[in-house]
Design a protein around this ligand. Sequence first.
Ligand code: SF4
Length: 177
Amino acid sequence: MSKPKLATVWLDGCSGCHMSFLDLDERLIEIGERADLVYSPLVDTKDYPDGVDVCLVEGAVASEEDLAKIRLIRQRTRVLVSFGDCAVTANVPGMRNPIGVRPLLERAYLENATLNQQLPSEVVPRLLEKAMPVHMVVDVDVFLPGCPPSADLIYAAVDDLLAGRRPDVSHRARFGL
Ligand code: SF4
């Protein structure tokens, strides 16, 4: 029997949730034996594949690139997990929402720049008007809160999902959160 396909995705987040995932330490080996990690910042695959069973999505949806990516991921994923507070609530990326895109870019690229003051016109993905939690854009199956979620909480959720169970994160206190 083939192993479930697992993916992790990094949208607009600080990568702290992925760092917490790495804190699974030796449990990563166990997860690697139970699932195929088919797409992640931690592996070299460039294209999100079809037929992913479980995907952990870190970060808010904040740019046109994020938007296109999360829509594709939703189409190709059976169980989509909002992974960490930026995905669940927009959290830190959402702090720029009251400012507006234009003043934000001017502050970053003109006022605070000492060299080459200019607004980006290529390479940098175009920002959406607001940074949004993932569930405002696509359906989410499981919410995994925390900034970042602890390694124990991540393990409990992934363990459940790979076993075909729906994770119950209502007992977060168990993990000291
Ligand atoms: Fe970073 Fe916290 Fe956002 Fe995770 S939830 S990406 S740790 S700011």
